[in-house]
Design a protein around this ligand. Structure first.
Ligand code: 13P
Ligand code: SF4
Length: 309
């Protein structure tokens, strides 16, 4: 009898499908995927796929980005309810009002937003390239940066640019407890803290390295003899530990006591192996986007891909 992983691999071949997965997916999904990456890597990969079906093991805005780039392909998401608190914190109509009230601003939006919000933007960015994208805008041009205020504040500090920030945040990265983190650090004084820029500034201040999920994995790979406290969603530890099997990796603690004593994204974890199998088997649920929105939303994504080469 084949297990779920083998069945998924068979179906993938039969249907000429590829599975793209984010580092925050459960380990079994990462292991069955054709490509595992951060938001930028996943967008770049989605832009060059020639399979008939893309199964996106991530959250809705990621699958939507893949569909925007591949209108003629079927893009499947194992659970359509897999949303994102950051994307939800930026409703398109409220965002439109802000954009219309500031017509001379360049609008940079973090990829964690809906297709409608992308359609109102000039350039998309991810945590991998936000600094570069902001620096690509001439110094005398004012910038709206949305929806993540924590990433926005961090980039403001790095670039010295004042930006009009949208007041959005990621519940997973805002869940880290600075008191518990400092206590953990006291217990492991030889450890180095690394953090994702969606975390609040008091967490970022403790970090020797701040970067995207792919950036954090690269940093750990480049420093395999160190010991790390990792402040991002705990799913990252799977690939990270595979890259540095000898390195001690400790997940940063969340405020609320929970089973993993870390911070997990409930949206990312809505995808399961069973749902992945079912969606590939039934070719549903599919991502659909109106052609009107798609045509507008692809422009700032292409702009980002161009600037990230
Ligand atoms: P990156 O993978 O781009 O670092 O983004 C993290 C994240 O929160 C995705 O939802
Ligand atoms: Fe959204 Fe945060 Fe989950 Fe990423 S980790 S999908 S930003 S809620």
């Amino acid at each position: 009898m084949m297990n779920l992983s083998q069945k998924i691999t068979e179906l993938k071949k039969e249907k000429n499908a590829v599975i793209l997965a984010h580092y925050y997916q459960v380990p079994e999904i990462q292991d069955v995927a054709d490509y595992v990456g951060d938001s930028l890597g996943l967008s770049q990969k989605a832009a060059e796929i020639d399979a008939d079906i893309i199964v996106f093991a991530g959250v809705h805005f990621m699958a939507e980005t893949a569909k925007i780039l591949n209108p003629s392909k079927k893009v499947l998401l194992p659970d359509l309810m897999a949303g994102c608190s950051l994307a939800d914190s930026c409703p398109p109509e409220a965002f439109r009002k802000l954009v219309e009230a500031h017509p001379n601003h360049t609008v940079i939006t973090y990829v964690n937003c809906s297709a409608e919000v992308k359609a109102l933007s000039d350039i998309i960015c991810t945590s991998s390239n936000a600094e570069k994208i902001v620096n690509s805008v001439p110094k005398d041009v004012p910038i709206i940066f949305a929806p993540d205020k924590n990433l926005g504040k961090y980039i403001q500090k790095k670039t010295g640019r004042e930006m009009l920030l949208w007041d959005g945040a990621c519940i997973v990265h805002e869940a880290f407890s600075i008191d518990k983190l400092l206590k953990l650090y006291e217990e492991h004084p030889d450890a180095k803290i690394i953090a994702h820029p969606e975390s609040e500034s008091h967490i970022l201040k403790t970090a020797v390295y701040i970067g995207s999920t792919a950036g954090m994995i690269k940093y750990v790979k480049d420093h395999p003899t160190e010991k790390f406290i990792v402040a991002t969603e705990a799913g990252i530890l799977h690939k990270m530990q595979q890259e540095v099997p000898q390195t001690v990796l400790i997940p940063a603690p969340a405020e609320e006591d929970n089973t993993c004593a870390c911070s997990e994204c409930g949206f990312m974890k809505m995808n399961t192996m069973q749902k992945l199998y079912d969606c590939l088997h039934n070719e549903t649920p599919q991502i659909e986007i109106s052609e009107e929105i798609r045509k507008k939303a692809i422009l700032p994504i292409e702009q980002m891909l161009q600037l990230s080469k």
